[in-house]
Design a protein around this ligand. Structure first.
Ligand code: GDP
Length: 432
C-alpha cells in the first residue's frame, strides 16, 4: 500500500488536511506547537485506490533550531513515503522555515506536491500562485477546513502514486474454491463421496459464476463449495493413473486454482516426504490451509502417542494450520470441515486497519525493543498491510532487522490478530 507523508511547519493545518484526506473526523491531534505527535499512518481511499497517509507532526517544542527540527521530520517522511505533501500556509506565504525544508525535500528523489492550505476563498487562492517561488512546481490551493480543492488534490496525489492494483470489487460471491489434495489412497475420493453434489442449480443462479468442468460443486456444511480438479477423484480411475510426477503437477495446479487447500494425511501412517511436499506446495502458493488427518478410526492410543510426536516434529513450521481428525469411512468429524474452511478463508482475507496495526506495533516495540547490535538498534518506524489473501505486511525500519527479531514480530502478530489457517508474509523495508 503506497504511503503519502504530510510535511510542514506547525500551524499550517497538517492534521486538518490529514482528516480531510482520510475523509472522516478521526482523533488526529490538533497541530498545536508543543504537542508531539508520532508518525501515525491512517488508511485512506480515493477512486477505488487505497493508500496510507502519514502525519509527520512530531514537532520538538524546545527545538532551538526550528529549521533543523522540520528537516529531521521531512527526512523521515521522505525516506518512508512514496509521495510527500509539503504544506504551506497560503495566507502567510513562504517563510524561511519553509524554504529550508524545501532544500531537504529537493535532495530526495521523491515526488513532492506543494499544498497551499487555508485557501478558504478565491482571493487567497490567487495569492497561492506566489508559492511557485519555492521551486516545487505548481502550488495546489486547498482549504482543508472547508474542503475546497481537496478533490483536485486527491486526483493529483493519485497521479503521483506508484502503480497499485485497484481494489478488487466484491465479486458476486460464488462458491469458494477448495483443493482436496493428498497422496494416493489417503482417502480423497472417500471424503468427496461424503458430500452431496447436487448444488449446481443453486450456484448457477449466482450471477457471474462459472465452474470448470473438471471441478465439482458440492455441499459442505449447508453451503456450496467448488472443489477444484476433482474429475479424477469422482471417476475413481485406476490408482496408478499417471506417474507420480504428473500427479504432483496436477496437485500443484489444483492448489494454484484454489483459495484454500485441504491436505489429507493418513493418520494411521507416518507423515512422509510426499506429505511434506504437498504441504509445501500450499504454503509456497500462499493458500489457506486445513490439515485433515483421515482414517482416524484406525488410530489407537499407541498410534496417537507417536502421531503427536510426529506432528510436533514434522509440522513445526506450520503451527498455524488448522488441524482436524476425521474419518471419511465413519463420518467422524466430517462436519468440522466447513467451519474450518470458513475460518481459514476469513484469516486469509483479513485486513488489519493501519492505525490498529501501528498501535499494536508501537506497544510491542516499546515492551521488547530490537536488541542492540554493534552499538545500534534498528527502529521500526511503522507498518502497513500491503495486501491480503494471504495477508502481507511491510515494516518500515531505520535498518535491517535481525532474523530472530523478525520471527518474534511475526509470532506476536499472529498472537494478536490470529490468522489461524493462513500463511502471512512480512517484508522489511529499511530506509536507505
Ligand atoms: P484417494 O486415492 O485419496 O482418493 O483414496 P480413496 O478414497 O480411494 O481411499 C483409499 C482407501 O482408503 C480405500 O480403501 C478407502 O476405503 C480407505 N479409506 C478412506 N478413508 C478412510 C477412513 O477414514 N478410514 C479407513 N479405515 N479407511 C479409509
Amino acid at each position: 500500500q503506497p504511503v503519502v507523508a504530510v510535511v510542514g511547519r506547525p500551524n499550517v493545518g497538517k492534521s486538518t488536511l490529514v482528516n480531510r484526506l482520510i475523509g472522516r473526523r478521526q482523533a488526529v491531534v490538533e497541530d498545536v506547537p508543543g504537542v508531539t505527535r508520532d508518525r501515525v499512518p491512517y488508511d485512506a481511499q480515493w477512486n477505488g485506490r487505497q493508500f496510507a497517509v502519514v502525519d509527520t507532526g512530531g514537532w520538538e517544542p524546545d527545538a532551538k533550531d526550528r529549521a533543523a527540527a522540520i528537516a529531521a521530520q521531512a527526512e523521515t517522511a521522505v525516506t518512508t513515503a512514496d509521495v510527500v505533501l509539503f504544506v504551506v500556509d497560503a495566507v502567510v506565504g513562504a517563510t524561511d522555515v519553509d524554504e529550508s525544508a524545501v532544500k531537504m525535500l529537493r535532495r530526495s528523489a521523491k515526488p513532492v506536491i506543494l499544498v497551499a492550505n487555508k485557501a478558504d476563498n478565491s482571493s487567497i487562492e490567487m495569492e497561492a500562485a506566489t508559492l511557485w517561488s519555492l521551486g516545487l512546481g505548481e502550488p495546489y490551493p486547498v482549504s482543508a477546513l472547508h474542503g475546497r480543492g481537496s478533490g483536485e488534490l486527491l486526483d493529483v496525489i493519485m497521479d503521483r502514486l506508484p502503480e497499485a492494483p485497484k481494489i478488487i470489487e466484491d465479486r458476486p460471491r460464488g462458491p469458494r474454491r477448495v483443493a482436496l489434495v493428498g497422496k494416493p489412497n489417503v482417502g480423497k475420493s472417500s471424503l468427496l463421496n461424503r458430500f452431496s453434489g447436487e448444488v449446481r442449480a443453486v450456484v448457477d443462479a449466482v450471477a457471474g459464476t462459472t465452474v470448470d468442468p473438471v471441478d465439482s460443486l458440492v455441499e459442505i456444511g449447508g453451503e456450496a463449495w467448488q472443489l477444484v480438479d476433482t474429475a479424477g477423484l469422482r471417476k475413481r480411475v485406476g490408482k496408478a493413473s499417471g506417474t507420480e510426477y504428473y500427479a504432483s503437477l496436477r496437485t500443484a495446479s489444483a492448489i494454484e486454482a484454489a483459495e484454500v487447500a485441504v491436505v489429507l494425511l493418513d493418520a494411521s501412517e507416518v507423515i512422509s516426504e510426499q506429505d511434506q511436499r504437498i504441504l509445501s506446495m500450499v504454503t509456497d502458493a500462499g493458500r489457506a490451509l486445513v490439515i485433515a488427518f483421515n482414517k482416524w478410526d484406525l488410530v489407537d492410543a499407541d498410534r496417537r502417542y507417536y502421531l503427536d510426536r510426529e506432528i510436533e516434529r514434522e509440522l513445526r513450521r506450520i503451527p498455524w494450520a488448522i488441524r482436524l481428525n476425521l474419518s471419511a469411512k465413519t463420518g467422524r468429524a466430517v462436519d468440522k470441515l466447513a467451519p474450518a474452511l470458513r475460518k481459514a478463508l476469513a484469516s486469509w482475507e483479513t485486513r488489519v486497519p493501519t492505525a490498529q496495526l501501528n498501535a499494536w506495533l508501537t506497544a510491542l516495540v516499546q515492551a521488547t525493543p530490537h536488541p542492540v547490535r554493534g552499538g545500534r538498534a534498528p527502529k521500526i518506524l511503522f507498518a502497513t498491510q500491503a495486501g491480503a489473501a494471504p495477508p502481507r505486511f511491510v515494516l518500515f525500519t531505520s535498518g535491517p532487522l535481525d532474523a530472530g527479531y523478525q520471527r518474534f514480530v511475526e509470532r506476536k502478530l499472529r498472537e494478536e490478530f490470529g490468522f489461524e489457517g493462513s500463511p502471512i508474509e512480512i517484508a522489511v523495508r529499511p530506509r536507505k
